[in-house]
Design a binder for this molecule. Structure first.
Ligand code: DGL
Length: 270
């Protein structure tokens, strides 16, 4: 059961396993400043990156239904792991326009690669699902795809260890196999990785094009709203941010990432 609001406006609903999906909210707010966003981060059940498909499917459905109960008219799955593992069940069960972060990044990467040699980094769940390789090969079977799970990136980013020498070493270790593959395009297939962009770029080399899934999904939503003015005109309201577990630490990090103070409200999702 959800706490239903008596009056609510039409909003763009975004969910993630935690606060990492704020990278998508940040892009949307930048590209459509007037849009009302309702954000839900499932911090009580975070992280999703190492969990099974069955669990992610159940969580993702509950997360989407919470957003709908709060007035969402469009659902954005900001979490790469949920996009990789739960999109089919979401499409079956949720009768609203649904956006996930994988397809837009795949299409961009296929467009920009010249050597047809793409790298993908993400959580273990995302990498083990092979979804990026599958989707890339649906477009162009000749592209070589090398994937690398980087499970330590998420906690490092959440600790704010962006410029630490330890982080630099871990980046070097994770990217070494991709560097050896001589990729020319690298997909940042996880909510948190855009926050390490300069460090990843420095290590992988300036010639490698980084594809940011948060940026690409925002472009797609902007396009969609342009083509569907009836929906665009409905989307309005004050943005609200919900978490299933609110702590002061999350508020501090989230405000730093968004570049403005964020006040989270407690959500009950089950
Ligand atoms: N949001 C997750 C993703 O994009 C990363 C954090 C987690 O493991 O839950 O894959």
């Amino acid at each position: 059961h959800y706490k239903l609001l008596t009056t609510h406006s039409s909003m763009i609903g975004i969910f993630d396993s935690g606060i990492g999906g704020l990278t998508v909210a940040r892009e949307l707010m930048r590209q459509i400043p007037e849009a009302g966003i309702i954000y839900f981060g499932d911090t009580a059940r975070y992280p999703y990156g190492n969990k099974s498909k069955e669990t992610i499917e159940r969580y993702a459905l509950e997360d989407a239904r919470f957003l709908i109960s709060q007035g969402a008219k469009i659902i954005v799955v900001a979490c790469n792991t949920a996009s990789a593992l739960a999109i089919d069940v979401l499409r079956r069960e949720i009768q609203l326009p649904l956006f996930e972060v994988i397809t837009p990044a795949v299409e961009k990467a296929v467009r920009v690669t010249v050597s047809k040699n793409i790298g993908v980094i993400g959580t273990r769940g995302t990498v083990n699902s092979s979804i990026y390789a599958t989707k890339i090969h649906e477009i162009d079977p000749e592209i070589r795809v090398s994937s690398q799970a980087c499970p330590l990136f998420v906690p490092l980013v959440e600790e704010g260890w962006i410029k630490r020498p330890e982080t630099k070493k871990i980046i070097r270790a994770y990217l070494a196999p991709l560097k050896a593959q001589r990729i020319d395009t690298l997909i940042l297939g996880c909510t948190h990785y855009p926050l390490l962009k300069p460090q990843i770029q420095a290590r992988i080399g300036r010639r490698v094009k980084l594809v940011d899934s948060a940026e690409e999904v925002a472009v797609r939503i902007v396009e969609y709203l342009k083509n569907n003015p009836a929906i665009k005109n409905q989307i309005a309201g004050n943005s609200r941010f919900y978490l299933s577990d609110v702590s002061s630490h999350t508020e501090v990090i989230a405000s730093k990432w968004l570049g403005r103070a964020v006040k989270f409200e407690q959500a009950v999702v089950e």
